[in-house]
Design a protein. Structure first.
Lengths: 305, 273
């Protein structure tokens, strides 16, 4: 049985507020699947539904073919890091991990290994309440890996980590996926997901917006904007304009072409003997593109937006 | 920090199933690894023995000056078990905290992620906490009795362990305190909030009985023995009075605790976390 997460029409209401709205998706093994959406778009709720911490109002979600609670060894199926703190503040990191390990008969040796792996050895006997956000994340990741799980599900894992920690997480995710595990990671940061995820499930206001390979999503999201610098910019403009193509003049000799790839523009320029000084696909506006895509789905907009 | 390559080098874990026994072991680790446990249980033990010693010493000292009426009212066993009054507060509050602290810190999400069927967690908490309280309080009440007994013996006002009902009352005190702890745990699991849980516990145990005075006397007299505190404490008494017979009273109190745990169990499975 392949390790995968399957949601079908997953819906959750809290009072009269719909947090998750008819989500249907499958998370595949062997790759990193990013779960992308603005804050408040239902990512954490979806993860709680997957774990059975909350009950769906409608729809269903299974892990490796069963409801999470029906697995005999749940920590072996799914290792979880939730965004919300899930540790008793008065207990030491090592006792926290030990208590979790004991529910599955996981030996203390494994707890020690994980403490070393996440770099918490020096503070393992300290109360978890004294931990920084980053140390808390590391403890949560150690807990997630306790059961050598087939599926790893992490909610905003890079939150509060320093650059070294972020780097470490990215490699950890790759590593886990390359071992054939299902890796499901949420983030509200498009740029972060662009670096780590092979596949994206994008949500806004609890609804599915996209379920697509990351590179395709990036292409669509960046909307084929190409910056062209040319002494004959005006001439080029005339040649590339078409029904789906718009050109914005930014300054003399510098135009922004929407709707064509850099390759298409370069070839057009060559056909007409136009000199190009620069031809740059715009990927810098990823975050903006993501906001465009989810604009209607952002629950709380700032007054200025 | 370790290198990424180490993840793959970790020893793969054989799949270990969740069993009730394993959850019990886990709950024992949880109980012994937080400060509130040590403080509350130390308070209970010190109160049981210390207050007994203090109260008995004072009573023994004053006995010579007591009026015949006071002497007639004097029950050495009551003085012996005076510490139970404070111990029950510490044990009940810790019972509430055992579960509400998991909700306030978010630990409950870890607990229910590891044991998603949830009920084994509640049963394990009840078993571990119940046995811990019992194991600590049996020697404590025996010691409290022995201390009082030796203080009273000098004035020949002691009541021997072999006296009818004394052994039952002394050991019963430990059983009573165990049920107090389980009642607190049940209320905590229903209410899921520390302040609310402690208020409910204290309210039902200590505020409800005096409130009964607003009722007509005949109603009050009829109903009061059935309240949790009165029912439970009937195990401590070796004198007649308006209370249930010792074992019936304790059984009724245990019934209240069991009912609280049963309601908690139903809610635990149904509610979102």
């Amino acid at each position: 049985m392949a390790a995968l997460i399957e949601a079908r029409g997953l819906t959750k209401d809290y009072g009269d507020k719909r947090a998750v709205d008819g989500l249907t998706f499958t998370v595949q093994p062997g790759i990193v699947t990013g779960f992308l959406g603005p804050n408040g778009s239902g990512k954490s709720t979806t993860m709680r539904l997957i774990l059975g911490l909350d009950r769906p109002t409608a729809g269903d979600v299974t892990v490796n073919g069963k409801h999470y609670r029906d697995h005999a060894a749940p920590l072996h199926e799914v290792g979880t890091l939730l965004e919300a703190r899930s540790v008793h503040t008065g207990r030491s990191a090592s006792n926290h991990l030990l208590a979790m390990a004991q529910t599955h008969g996981i030996p203390r040796r494994r707890v020690d290994e994980l403490i070393d792996l996440v770099g918490l050895r020096e503070v393992a006997k300290k109360r978890a309440g004294k931990f920084s956000l980053g140390m808390g994340q590391r403890l949560g990741i150690a807990a997630a890996l306790l059961g050598d799980p087939r599926t790893v599900m992490l909610d905003e894992p890079v939150n509060g980590l320093d650059p070294e920690g972020i780097h470490w997480i990215r490699h950890l995710l790759r590593d886990l996926a390359s071992e054939g595990r299902t890796v499901f990671v949420s983030s509200h940061l498009m740029s972060e997901m662009a670096l780590t995820a092979d596949h994206l499930i994008v949500v806004g206001r609890g609804r599915l917006i996209a379920d697509t390979p990351t590179h395709e999503f990036l292409q669509q999201a960046s909307g084929n904007v190409v910056v062209v610098r040319s002494p004959q910019a005006d001439a080029l403009r005339g040649h590339v304009l078409g029904p789906d193509v718009t050109v914005v003049a930014r300054e003399p000799g510098l135009i922004e072409v929407h709707g064509l790839t850099a390759q298409q523009i370069g070839e057009t320029a060559a056909r007409h003997g136009i000199v190009l000084h620069e031809l740059t696909p715009q990927q810098a506006s990823l975050e903006e593109a993501f906001m465009d895509l989810t604009r209607d789905d952002v629950e709380f907009k700032t007054a200025a937006a | 920090m370790s290198t990424v390559a180490q993840v793959t080098r970790l020893v793969p874990m054989p799949p270990g199933r969740v069993t009730q026994l394993r959850v019990i072991r886990s709950e024992w680790t949880k109980l012994r690894s937080v400060r509130s446990t040590r403080w509350s249980l130390a308070t209970a033990v010190v109160a049981t023995i210390g207050i007994a010693a203090l109260a008995c010493a004072i009573a023994a000292h004053h006995y010579a000056q007591m009026s015949p009426h006071d002497r007639a009212d004097f029950h050495p066993l009551e003085v012996n078990l005076a510490g139970v009054q404070l111990a029950q507060l510490a044990i009940g509050v810790l019972g509430v905290l055992t579960i509400t602290a998991e909700y306030s810190t978010g630990m409950i999400r870890s607990s229910f992620t590891a044991v998603p069927k949830r009920l084994p967690v509640l049963w394990a908490k009840a078993i571990v906490y119940g046995l811990t309280v019992l194991a600590l309080m049996i020697p404590s009440v025996l010691l409290a009795f022995l201390v009082g007994e030796s203080l009273f013996a000098r004035h020949h006002i002691n009541i021997p362990f072999s006296h009818p009902g004394v052994a039952r009352a002394v050991i019963g005190a430990a059983l009573y305190l165990t049920v107090v702890g389980l009642f607190g745990l049940g209320l905590g699991a229903i209410i899921r909030n520390t302040a609310g849980g402690i208020s409910a516990f204290a309210g039902i145990m200590f505020v409800l009985p005096p409130l009964m005075n607003v009722l007509p006397t005949s109603w009050n007299d009829a109903a009061s023995p059935y309240l949790p505190l009165a029912a439970g404490e009937s195990i401590l008494s070796i004198t007649p009075g308006n209370h249930l017979s010792p074992w019936v009273g304790l059984a009724l109190f245990a019934g209240y605790a069991a009912a609280a745990l049963a309601v908690a169990a139903v809610l635990l499975v149904r509610r979102d976390t």
